[in-house]
Write a protein that binds this ligand. Structure first.
Ligand code: UTP
Length: 478
């Protein structure tokens, strides 16, 4: 029951120095007062004050004892022994079995704001594909459709949105008739929010009667899965494993039997793919061990000497980086969220619009505030038997983060083109390449038809894909 009594609210906020949130109380309408009171009472101020206090007190990297850090071991995609090869083969078989038996669901986090891309709509609705200009959501939907066909199963798809983009996301799926997926197998749920703060720890108002609230990071997944009833839905459908990816990586293998099978056979509660970093400066979180326990150290927290450190063979020492591709066990989410458990949020310095003491809206030009965000990978050290499996960058990762340059729509299209060319060449198709080795023809084969090289080979054999291409040619298969 929400109280709209000013004194009650003041008593709630005062111990945490947040009573300024009631500054405009008297001039709010009854509806506005009720909304603000609801927002204020939905927050555990004791917990949030502790978080913001810690976040503001942090001096960045000093919290980590770097001298005790070593790189985390990972399962290589290239087995060195017969036993390793057997293990990988058995994992693929186990993964395929789990997929066929309906034990796996797809899971996409899509609650972010996509500020770096500068796209003012849910990022999943961003159209980027080389020839057909398909959206990220369509890409994933087509991959799911093909996998459903391949494993003769249903792959429910759970999509985490935020209050800011939930309605627009659903509308997009409705407008596109769920891209051919059965609507009842696509479930959207909203992640939680946390207030934005000034640099001195005061919660900010977005309007006189409304807190500045922001999505609480991809690590908000755990609480959101519990609070939205998604855990119950997973139970009802008999789903044991979630294949997790971020909305901005259209190259992801939406359900990889090898990864799922290894996760299962290892008895892991949470597993991650890792990329061998391209170079020391590539901005990926690092999988490390601290006193034998897994820990992900953000790129920005890693000192330069460790970023650049090399083994005797010349490879980067801290080379396993995170592309944010995971398998989560349903029972892990249940265990993790059963009690008072909470991950600790990270600090992000951001530009936050707010109303000042005089009630004027301020639009800052540089970061003026602090957002708190949970990170999904902070759960990895809490999992039993966490597993890290190498990912093949050329097959599985090309993120769209920035408008231009690295990790942009353009670099992603180039990676997709190269992957398709490679699949075609593996199937014996002649692909023209320029003097730099870049494919000189353009292709877009729908993931609905082919999610891997084996699928492409079948299409070539069936005559749906020609056996050679000319330079400058464009080829689409829908
Ligand atoms: P990013 O960390 O790249 O953030 O999210 P972003 O908000 O999409 O982009 P920028 O930083 O504003 O440019 C990585 C993934 O985590 C999801 C995003 O949707 C993306 O899939 N995410 C991020 C959430 O689901 N919720 C959040 O609160 C934050």
């Amino acid at each position: 029951m929400v109280s709209t009594d000013r004194q009650t609210l003041e008593e709630l906020l005062a111990p945490f120095g947040q009573e300024h949130l009631l500054r405009f109380w008297e001039r709010l309408t009854a509806t506005e007062q009720e909304r603000l009171a609801t927002q204020i009472q939905a927050i555990d101020w004791k917990q949030v004050s502790g978080w913001i206090h810690d976040a503001l007190g942090e001096t960045g990297t000093t919290a980590i004892p770097f001298e005790r850090l070593s790189p985390a071991p990972y399962v290589s995609l290239k087995p060195k022994t017969d036993d390793e090869a057997t293990r990988l083969r058995e994992a693929v078989e186990a993964g395929e079995r789990l997929l066929r038996n309906g034990k796996v669901a797809c899971f996409t986090v899509a609650g972010g704001q996509g500020t770096r891309l500068g796209f003012n709509a849910p990022k999943g609705t961003y159209c980027f594909s080389p020839l057909r200009n398909k959206s990220l959501f369509q890409y994933f939907a087509e991959a799911i459709l093909r996998n459903q066909e391949k494993y003769e199963t249903i792959l429910p798809w759970y999509i985490m949105t935020s209050p800011a983009n939930h309605d627009d996301t659903i509308r997009f799926f409705e407008q596109h008739l769920f891209f051919g997926l059965d609507e009842k197998n696509v479930r959207f749920f909203i992640q939680g929010t946390l207030p934005g703060f000034s640099q001195d720890g005061k919660a900010l108002l977005e309007t006189p009667g409304c807190l500045a609230l922001f999505a609480n990071g991809h690590g908000g997944t755990f609480a959101a899965v519990r609070d939205s009833g998604t855990l119950d839905d997973l139970d009802a459908r008999g789903i044991e494993y979630l294949s997790y990816w971020q909305v901005d990586n259209p190259m992801v293998t939406v359900c990889d039997p090898l990864f799922i099978g290894l996760h299962h056979l290892t008895g892991s509660e949470m597993s991650s793919r890792c990329l061998v970093k391209r170079d020391a400066m590539e901005k990926l979180g690092h999988f490390t061990l601290l006193d034998g326990r897994l820990m992900i150290v953000e790129y920005s927290d890693m000192p330069k000497n460790l970023l650049e450190k090399r083994d005797a063979d010349g490879q980067l020492t801290f080379r396993p980086g995170s592309p944010a591709i995971h398998i989560l066990s349903r029972d892990f989410i249940r265990r993790l969220t059963a009690g008072t458990f909470a991950l600790k949020p990270h600090r992000a310095n951001k530009k936050i619009q707010f109303v000042d003491e005089a009630g004027n809206l301020v639009t800052p030009e540089s970061p003026n505030g602090v957002k708190l965000e949970f990170f999904i990978f902070d759960a990895l050290p809490l999992a039993r038997n966490p597993l890290i499996l190498e990912a093949d960058r050329n097959e599985e990762f090309a993120a769209i983060k920035n408008a231009t340059g690295n990790d942009s729509p353009e670099s992603c299209r180039a990676a997709l083109l190269e992957r398709t060319a490679h699949w075609l060449e593996m199937a014996g198709v002649t692909v023209p390449r320029d003097s730099q080795g870049t494919p000189a023809a353009k292709f877009e084969i729908s993931l609905r038809r082919a999610v891997d090289a084996a699928d492409v080979e079948k299409l070539v054999k069936a005559g749906e894909i020609p056996s050679s291409f000319e330079a400058g040619e464009c080829f689409c298969l829908d």
